[in-house]
Design a protein around this ligand. Structure first.
Ligand code: NAP
Length: 296
């Protein structure tokens, strides 16, 4: 069996085209564009690159962005002031606080300050809490886990009663995606660095989400035949054969999994493009909500 490739680039491009239409309609209706506010502290090259990519994608879709770029020496008060300013700015509908922040900043306090109605990252503790509660719905859900759920939906997986295994329990990927799978009525097992016999646990997965940050850690013979595999991992590895001298691989041994899985994402080109797309979806949702509220 050769797995169906779940093409995140194609799905993300299709969704971004829809978002661009929605943003144009929004502007025509309300006379202003949807807006994303960004807080970036420090000069971590990866964070700067992520922010640039997010802003470029938003601008291409007609979503404006307002940035607060603070130096790595910024104080807690300065970072909090930037968040307050974006909370109060009527041209900003969604706020993105790029993590990680420098060690002197209490990230948790910063995330709590983001207005719930503008929490397009979905990391406000109240939104995460609502995600974890039965019968409750958060206003926003985090981008990468939501992107994973969209990919599962695109491939037509029936999650009801499916055995889903999530490897990784981070606040930004593993934990929220586990909660989302549970809400979708999957039977969820979460693995982490202390899990024993992880290969055996993975072997029981109808749906596997890998989010550990270890290159090609999950081997092909761990995968249940026909399983749907979403590889969130994005790991830079040396590659003397490539022009750049490196390439990115996932947490799953792609070649080994390809002949066993029923469907699988590629790295790059799977979850990555979906993350930015879901941030844009959330920003449109926030813009519509705030515009209707203002009009009332
Ligand atoms: P993280 O915060 O470092 O968390 C890693 C998780 O994996 C932790 O829960 C850790 O367990 C677990 N883990 C580490 N080694 C393990 C092992 N040998 N066996 C089992 N579990 C293990 O990472 P993250 O932020 O969730 O990111 C995970 C990966 O996804 C990274 O490659 C990252 O670059 C990628 N990512 C991609 C996107 C995207 O848009 N494509 C977005 C976010 C992240 P403990 O909790 O026990 O320490």
């Amino acid at each position: 069996m050769t797995a169906t490739i779940i093409d995140g680039v194609e799905i993300a491009n299709r969704m971004r085209a829809e978002i661009a239409t929605q943003a144009a309609d929004f502007k025509q209706t309300y006379g202003y564009a949807p807006g994303l506010g960004v807080v970036l502290v420090g000069d971590n090259p990866a964070s700067r690159q992520y922010v640039r990519m997010k802003q470029r994608a938003c601008e291409q879709a007609g979503i404006t962005s307002v940035s607060h770029l603070l130096p790595s020496t910024a104080t807690q008060n300065e970072v909090e002031a930037a968040v307050h300013e974006l909370n109060d700015d009527p041209a900003v509908h969604g706020i993105l606080v790029q993590l990680p922040m420098p060690p002197q900043i209490d990230e948790e306090r910063v995330l709590r300050l983001v207005s719930l109605e503008k929490d397009v990252d979905g990391f406000h503790p109240l939104n995460i809490g609502l995600l974890g509660m039965k019968g409750r719905e958060p206003i926003f859900t985090p981008a990468t886990p939501t992107g994973c759920m969209v990919l599962l939906d695109e491939v037509g997986v029936d999650l009801d009663g499916a055995n889903a295994v999530v490897v990784g329990r981070s606040n930004i990927v593993g934990l929220p995606v586990s909660l989302m799978l549970l809400k979708a009525n999957a039977t969820v097992t979460v693995c982490h660095s202390r899990t024993k016999n992880i290969a055996d646990v993975v072997r029981g997965a109808d749906v596997l989400i890998a989010a550990i940050g270890r290159p090609e850690y999950i081997k092909g013979d761990w995968i249940k035949p026909g399983a749907v595999v979403i590889d969130v991992g994005s790991n830079k590895v040396d590659d003397p054969t490539s022009e750049r001298g490196y390439r990115f691989v996932g947490d799953v041994d792609y070649e080994g999994a390809l002949n066993v899985a029923g469907a699988i994402t590629k790295v790059p080109g799977g979850v990555g493009p979906m993350t930015i797309t879901m941030l844009m979806v959330n920003t449109m949702k926030a813009a519509r909500f705030l515009a209707r509220k203002t009009a009332m």
